[in-house]
Structures are given as structure tokens and as C-alpha cells.
Design a protein around this ligand. Sequence first.
Ligand SMILES: [Zn+2]
Length: 62
Amino acid sequence: MTYAIEDAHRSAMSRYQFTCPECGQEIEVNESMREATLSHGCPVCTASVSQSDFVAEQQTEN
Ligand SMILES: [Zn+2]
């Protein structure tokens, strides 16, 4: 049953590299920031953004 906990943990730790298609600003965001940016637009220029503007960062694990 531990993998369910691990999965929730992994999800909470998710990080994404956001690159604004409008102003080119690159920002590292977590899951909740990603949701907020998708809802409200780029935090810098307020351009609307799509999921493809986020790239999940690969975490190397042991
Ligand atoms: Zn922007």
C-alpha cells in the first residue's frame, strides 16, 4: 500500500518549467502554481497560456 502514498507525495512535489509564449518569461512552478497560471494567465504579462507551455521537470531518483 505504500505506493499510493508515494504517488501522492510525488504528485505534490511535481515541478514544471513554464515558458510564457508571449513574453518569454521562464518560471519554475509547482502543481498549484501551474493550475493558477492556466486559470489566470502568465503572472508577468497575463497572456493566456496552455498546458503545452509547461514542461514537467524530470526528478532523478535513486
Ligand atoms: Zn508572459
